[in-house]
Design a protein. Sequence first.
Length: 67
Amino acid sequence: MAIKTLFTAHATAEGGRNGHSKADDGLISVDLSVPKAMGGPGKEGTTTPEHLFAAGYAACFGGAADY
């Protein structure tokens, strides 16, 4: 049985963990910075890839548990 693709998301990142990432549809656009606790600059008003992953995982897990 073939799996039917329902949705595909695309995003780009420039500058790695101290750069900028955005979704191709423009709905997400964030500045990234490694936290000071991890030896990075910890720039004000930025997020990390870990924050984005945690938010996405929480939403998916919550949706699955809320069936």
